[in-house]
Every structure is written in structure tokens, then in C-alpha cells.
Design a binder for this molecule. Structure first.
Ligand SMILES: Nc1ncnc2c1ncn2[C@@H]1O[C@H](COP(=O)(O)OP(=O)(O)OP(=O)(O)O)[C@@H](O)[C@H]1O
Ligand SMILES: [Mg+2]
Length: 234
């Protein structure tokens, strides 16, 4: 598995002279587990932590590196390794249709246009999304769009997949489908979710509270810790 290393990485509010609490307190952590789920209350810092992992957010102190590549100095190389799926698929899908978007993702890796078209088609088919591939992304439902955004990120076969609440818009059936896809991916996957069944699929669970990781361990213990924290029960 790839190794993502955070060393005393912290994130401060933009333009803040130290008057407000950090968004992320200095955090040291190695992520090298196949499946890591990040859970915690709204505003606890989950998305911020995920954005550090591919350089979408740079640490204000400390460092973040992916297989030895510093996110601040080697952002482009890091982003080739670490694919990021946003919660809002419309902030991700930039082309008129899913097919165009997947083809765009493949532009660097498959130079030949005919081959690229075939590769995009094969990837969409593998994810069962071919039927939706030529529809305007604005005519897809929220959940369909979320799946299309995932397809577009997976198309380039990143070594690590980081997904911020990838199941929020999905119905029961598609959530089950997404969980099966995640289980079968060769990539290291790091994801946030408010769905505790989905979180339980992970090998490792991080619980966040107030910009800090307050638990790091197995899924059963992690989910129990989060329940205790959020609800005051064991
Ligand atoms: N650029 C910023 N400037 C100031 N505050 C910020 C900035 N980005 C995030 N925050 C604040 O930092 C906190 C953590 O935000 P983050 O998006 O990481 O939370 P989260 O755990 O993902 O929450 P949710 O479950 O609602 O998605 C929030 O209080 C948020 O308002
Ligand atoms: Mg979030």
C-alpha cells in the first residue's frame, strides 16, 4: 500500500493571526492501511484532513507526503497518485456528459483518441454506468452524478482514492453497490462518511473531534468511540 505521512501537520483559518482555534491541530499520522474511514461531527475537520492528502489544502505547519513526495513541493505528482472525489459531484464533473468527463480524465494516459474512447467506454461499462454516459450531467440525478464523478476519478487508476462522503446522495441499493466497489478496488481508499455501516467496512477508523483525531484503531472500537462521543453512550 502507498504510505501517506503527516508530520505535525496543522491547518489554520485563512488570514487568521492566531486568534481562532486551528481547523486542524498539529497531527502526526501514517496512513498505509487498505481501507481507512474518517468519522466525526459536522465541522470536526474530516474534509480538511482529506484535502491535505492530495495537496488541495496545504498544511500551515508541518508536512504531508505521499510515498515520500511532499504535497507542498510536488503537488502535481501527488495528485497523479491520489485521486479525490468531492462530496458535490458538480464541482468535479467539468464536461457536458459523463463519457466526455471520463475521456478527459484519460487524456494524459491514453494519447490515441480512438483508444481513449474505447478505454472510457470499457471503464463506464465496468461500473455499470454506460447507459447514463451520454446524458447531460445536469439531467442525471444527484446519486447518478456522484457515481459518474467516482468513475471519472477511478479512470486514471490512482494509487490512492480519497473520497469525501461518497455515499451521501446514494439510495440504499447504490450505497450497497458502492460498498462492494470499494471492497473490490485495488487502491488504498480513505473516505469520510456519516453512514456507520459503511464506516464499519474499513480496516481502520479515525474519529475526529474539534480538529483533532481523538481515536485511531479498529472499526468496532472506532464506531463505539464515535457513538460515545456524539451521543454520550457506549
Ligand atoms: N478556509 C476556511 N476558513 C475558515 N474556516 C474553515 C475553512 N475551511 C473549513 N473551515 C472550518 O473548519 C471546520 C472543519 O471543516 P471541515 O469541512 O473539515 O469539517 P467536516 O468534518 O468535513 O464537516 P462535515 O461533516 O459537515 O462535512 C469547520 O468549522 C469549517 O467551518
Ligand atoms: Mg466534510
Amino acid at each position: 500500500m502507498p504510505s501517506i505521512l503527516l508530520q505535525d501537520a496543522s491547518v489554520l483559518p485563512a488570514g487568521d493571526g492566531g486568534t481562532h482555534a486551528p481547523i486542524l491541530h498539529p497531527l502526526s499520522l501514517e496512513l498505509d492501511t487498505a481501507r481507512t474511514a474518517v468519522v466525526g461531527a459536522n465541522g470536526s475537520g474530516k474534509s480538511t484532513l482529506l484535502k491535505l492528502l492530495n495537496g488541495l489544502v496545504l498544511p500551515d505547519t508541518g508536512t504531508v507526503s505521499v510515498d515520500g513526495l511532499d504535497t507542498a513541493r510536488h503537488g502535481a505528482a501527488v495528485r497523479r497518485r491520489v485521486g479525490f472525489v468531492f462530496t458535490d459531484p458538480l464541482s468535479q464533473l467539468v464536461m457536458p456528459t459523463g463519457r466526455d468527463d471520463v475521456e478527459l480524465s484519460l487524456r494524459a494516459s491514453v494519447r490515441n483518441r480512438v483508444q481513449r474512447r474505447a478505454a472510457a467506454e470499457a471503464r463506464l461499462e465496468a461500473l455499470g454506468l454506460l447507459e447514463l454516459a451520454d446524458r447531460s450531467i445536469y439531467d442525471l440525478s444527484g446519486g447518478e452524478r456522484q457515481l459518474m464523478a467516482l468513475a471519472s476519478v477511478l479512470a486514471v487508476e490512482p494509487a490512492v482514492l480519497v473520497a469525501d462522503e461518497p455515499s451521501t446522495l446514494l439510495d440504499l441499493r447504490n450505497t450497497a453497490w458502492l460498498r462492494r466497489i470499494f471492497a473490490s478496488l485495488p487502491q488504498q481508499v480513505i473516505y469520510t462518511t456519516h453512514d456507520l455501516d459503511f464506516a464499519a467496512d474499513a480496516d481502520r477508523v479515525l474519529v475526529m473531534d474539534g480538529g483533532a483525531v481523538v481515536f485511531d484503531g479498529g472499526p468496532r472500537e472506532g464506531i463505539a468511540a464515535y457513538r460515545a462521543l456524539a451521543l454520550g453512550v457506549g
